[in-house]
Design a protein around this ligand. Structure first.
Ligand SMILES: [Zn+2]
Ligand SMILES: [Zn+2]
Length: 126
């Protein structure tokens, strides 16, 4: 497994995830970093960080790709079978620290899961 080279772009994106601690959509990230690097660079760095297990991705509503910092993952061990929650009102996305039991299906091999729960977050629920 390749160790992520600490280029300026990598450092910037890593710093962003470390500080923010919550999930971010690719679109938002590209917009945020548009003065610092181009779209292709952002995608390339995200790919690499995901490959190394530092961040993980999932699909939010509207099919947008989201990224969040991984907890307890490494390049050889992906422990990321947690569901995600997206608020339908403010669009905020959270990683849910709960375990979801993946059913075993006869004659099928499951490689990944993508569980998205939609609803209202704490701030929007009343
Ligand atoms: Zn909300
Ligand atoms: Zn997550």
């Amino acid at each position: 497994m390749g160790i992520v080279r600490k280029t300026k772009g990598v450092t910037t994106i890593l710093k962003f995830f470390n500080q923010k601690g919550e999930a971010t959509s690719v679109v938002h990230l590209i917009d945020l970093l548009k003065d610092k690097m181009n779209k292709t660079t952002v995608y390339r760095i995200l790919d690499r960080l995901e490959h190394d297990g530092i961040i993980h991705s999932f699909n939010g509503k509207d099919g947008l790709k989201w990224y969040a910092k991984s907890i307890g993952c490494s390049a050889d061990q992906h422990l990321d079978e947690h569901p995600h929650f997206q608020c339908t009102k403010c669009d905020k996305v959270e990683c849910l620290p709960v375990e979801v039991k993946i059913p075993t299906i006869k004659n099928h091999k499951i490689d990944s899961t993508n569980i998205l729960l939609l609803g209202k977050c704490e701030a929007c629920s009343d």
